[in-house]
Design a protein around this ligand. Sequence first.
Ligand code: FAD
Length: 286
Amino acid sequence: MKIIDIIKGERPCLSFEVFPPKTSDKYASVSHAVSEIAKLNPGYMSVTYGAGGGTSDYTAKIAAELLSYGVTPLAHLSCVSSTREKLSAQIEKLKSLGIENILALRGDIPDGMDKENLEYRYAYELIDELKRHGDFCIGGACYPEGHPESVSVGKDIEYLKTKVDSGCQFLTTQMFFDNNILYNFLYRLLRTGVDVPVVAGIMPVTNASQVKRICSISGNTLPQKFLRIVERYGDNPAAMKQAGIAYAAEQIIDLYANGINAVHVYSMNNADVAFKIRSMLSDIIA
Ligand code: FAD
């Protein structure tokens, strides 16, 4: 099924993200977590693509497993570290496995890479490539607080318009911890004529060490309410996990209440976290 049809449906959509293992010895445990999360009847599940494409086989394999569980997979694919040939092979592989939905990403530019001689520089070029290969439902990434490389959120949104105009049918946001940041962003998207559905990305922060990492990667604003929780419970792993899940669930309920129909949970292969979030929404997503 195409994700665009799922997120435009009547039922609020809750989806989960998993990431493939880097090495084969970890495959069984990741596969187990994926099968447990799949039991939660998510709208769909996304499978990330390791930086540089090192885990491309596992991304495809896990996406195919999801299909066998009756869950719609969204396979991530990045282009910046790839050649046309490699990318073409991966797209054909996904197609042959019956994967219909792809999140088209540029990927981070590895340190030391020669930026002048890249075969792909931006995600919209991957979208052009995907359209040449078949009838995929194509998603893209967006950044309510601006992409770390962009000069401003406004400029970022201009480029986002190019991405959408090239065939990106829906967007998934980078994580955010203050829903007002998303609401302001959505307003700016509409003003710029970016009118595709936006899936809100929510990260349940379940341990204090994640917080520093999140900020260094994505430059997120952390609201006082969130920082108080980390200050109070950061040294108590069980309490921090419970508080982080409750914070994420509260964000999700507020999003649904404000008309956002699709929420994607960065569940990081953690079936327990996915299960608890799903339980807290049991009557909201009946
Ligand atoms: P783009 O949309 O190409 O944007 C990259 C930068 O270029 C932005 O600053 C943008 O403003 C600018 N730009 C875009 N178009 C133009 C243009 N025409 N001219 C000039 N500048 C332009 N990474 C992975 O490696 N694997 C994953 O599985 C993965 N999943 C992700 C999922 C989500 C929901 C998100 C939000 C990010 C994910 N990432 C993943 C990270 C992503 O690859 C990086 O953030 C990357 O740096 C940007 O990718 P993009 O697709 O947003 O790039």
